[in-house]
Design a protein around this ligand. Structure first.
Ligand SMILES: Cc1ncc(C[n+]2csc(CCOP(=O)(O)OP(=O)(O)O)c2C)c(N)n1
Ligand SMILES: [Mg+2]
Length: 376
């Protein structure tokens, strides 16, 4: 093995190629994996295809709404649909999700109304949705912090004494490749490991943390870090919805039955900008995006459905029409959302009145009133 003389560390490019769990090739061919058997009915495959197409369409509409000045910002999931739908459809009713800010596909699987996501990025809600209603926590912008919240929650679940029973719910924490460099993620791995917490760490390695490439986060494949903490880690083809479903199912079941944490690295690619405020042409080559286009998560399911005679042209037209309608309804509802009043910012900060908050509220009300006194 060559040594990088500048650092005295092994050259990451010379480490053995990591194993990638894959059940559906980019060409739409089904392959078997001994550890991850998966039986899906044609109807279930069509259901996954529908999910993938609709979340991509919602995402596209949100980007357009942002470009038109209707949303403040949007973090696109383009390219990551399979990672999110595969893992999202693996969830059981009792499982609890801790997302980042990009998990619109998982939100879809949790029945969070997409309008709630839109409201958050339009700046007309103070959070978005009720986490308890959907077992889907609020979006988290502070990179990596939700892994600690999730681990603490999982330790609570463990203390409820339900693991191994039909009422057991595991916890899944989503985060990105960049987040793995955060101290919070290290701490959550340590706690989850030593307490054997019922948690799945689902890392969407989309190759970029804004403009920082993966090479600046790690010199080993990310999933291998799990070994250093003492729990299993694996790399899955993040553009393969079947594989993402199968590996997440297995990891969640292990967590629910008291077998502790798993790190899943979903190897994927962020096809769009980091957010609508970012311009990726400044730091990455178009050729890279073109290469990943060939691994598109939706096209391979479509190819599989066509090859297996499980769907005809009418089915694909129907799904496209439905996705178009979802997007049109979302746009209409977005534009109809009322702006909150300036004083609404104080709502829901505390459950009961708080003297400091009341004082600030009065000051702000007086400030607003001062404008009315200006002669026109
Ligand atoms: C603690 C913290 N540091 C920095 C930022 C700014 N920031 C926002 S997104 C991001 C990159 C995150 O990359 P990654 O974890 O790979 O997730 P991705 O956006 O690719 O899904 C950074 C550094 C932040 N939100 N929080
Ligand atoms: Mg990333």
């Amino acid at each position: 093995m060559a040594i990088d003389s500048a650092r005295g560390a092994p050259d990451v490019r010379e480490l053995a190629e990591p194993e990638l769990v894959q059940l559906l090739t980019p060409e739409g061919e089904r392959v078997e994996h001994p550890d991850y058997p998966l039986d899906l009915t044609p109807e279930q495959v069509r259901g996954l295809y529908r999910d993938l197409v609709i979340v991509r369409r919602i995402d596209l509409e949100a980007v357009a709404l942002t470009r038109q000045g209707e949303l403040g910002i949007w973090a696109s999931l383009l390219g990551q649909e399979a990672a999110q739908i595969g893992s999202g459809r693996a969830l059981g009713d009792h499982d609890m999700v801790f997302p980042t800010y990009r998990e619109h596909g998982v939100a879809w699987c949790r029945d969070v109304d997409p309008l709630k996501l839109i409201g958050l990025f339009r700046g007309v809600s103070n959070g978005g949705w009720d986490p308890a209603e959907h077992n889907f926590h609020l979006y988290t912008i502070v990179i990596g912090s939700q892994t600690l919240h999730a681990t603490g929650y999982a330790m609570g679940v463990q203390r409820d004494g339900v693991l191994g029973t039909p009422n057991a719910g595991a916890v899944i924490a989503y985060f990105g490749d960049g987040a793995t460099s955060q101290g919070d993620v290290n701490e959550s791995f340590v706690f989850a490991s030593v307490f054997n917490a019922p948690i799945v760490f689902f890392c969407q390695n989309n190759q970029w943390a804004i403009s920082e490439p993966l090479e600046k986060q790690s010199r080993i494949p990310l999933y291998r870090r799990a070994q250093g903490y003492g729990f299993p880690g694996l790399r899955v083809d993040g553009n393969d919805v079947f594989a993402c479903l199968a590996v997440t199912r297995k990891a969640l079941e292990a967590a629910r039955t008291g077998q502790g944490p798993t790190l899943i690295e979903a190897y994927t690619y962020r096809m769009g900008a980091h957010t609508t405020t970012d311009d990726p042409t400044r730091y990455r080559l178009k050729a890279e995006e073109e290469a990943w286009k060939l691994k598109d998560p939706i096209e391979r399911v479509k190819a599989y459905l066509v090859r297996g005679d499980m769907a005809d042209a009418a089915f694909f037209d129907e799904i496209d029409a439905e996705a178009k309608q979802v997007a049109a309804d979302l746009r209409k509802a977005c534009l109809a959302m009322p702006d909150p009043g300036p004083m609404d910012i104080f709502a829901d900060v505390y459950a009961d009145a708080h003297p400091l908050m009341t004082e600030e509220q009065e000051q702000f009300a007086a400030y607003l009133a001062s404008f009315e006194e200006v002669p026109s």
